[in-house]
Ligand binder design. Structure first.
Ligand SMILES: [Zn+2]
Length: 163
């Protein structure tokens, strides 16, 4: 049986299928690891509901554990408490920005939740840092992201939505 700490390290190798610079642990998807007798239980919480990435992540966990000789395990999916972008580490948000995706911004979340729909100016461009950006589409490359355009450097970019 591998130590829990060793398993955390191992699982850190699994990238998010959509954002390869961030691991599923940094994203906060893997919530807990524990042994029930000799059986390893991995608790995961899906990010955006219906995100097809979750299937890929489960497969990756399966394959990685098997490759490392861990055969007695199960993956348990827990929906409460629901995943929020707050679970994403600060390092992960910084990696997102460097990757060209504007990280989730709490201020935008509050604006989006209001009925005004006036939230464009809150998202900073991940390329040049300008706050002069505008929403192009509610849905970017995936449902988890919105598509923005920077009015300063004119680069389009994805904004990772808050939930
Ligand atoms: Zn820009």
């Amino acid at each position: 049986m591998k130590a829990i700490a060793e398993l955390w390290k191992l699982l850190e190798e699994i990238p998010d299928p959509e954002i390869p610079v961030i691991s599923v642990i940094e994203l906060g998807i893997i919530r807990a690891l524990r042994y029930e007798g000799h059986s390893l239980v991995i608790t995961i919480t899906p990010t955006y509901s219906g995100c097809p990435a979750m299937l890929a992540i489960s497969m990756d966990i399966h394959n990685l554990l098997k490759e490392n000789g861990v055969t007695d395990f199960k993956i348990e999916t827990v929906y409460t408490p629901a995943w929020t972008t707050d679970w994403m580490s600060l390092e992960a948000k910084e990696k997102l920005r460097k990757y060209g995706i504007a990280p989730p911004n709490e201020q935008v979340k509050h604006k989006l939740n209001s009925l005004t729909g006036d939230h464009d100016e809150e998202v900073n461009c991940p390329h040049c840092g300008a706050s002069n950006t505008s929403l192009t589409s509610q849905f970017g490359s995936t449902a988890c992201k919105s598509l923005y355009k920077c009015n300063e450097c004119l680069e389009p970019f994805d904004y990772f939505k808050c939930i």
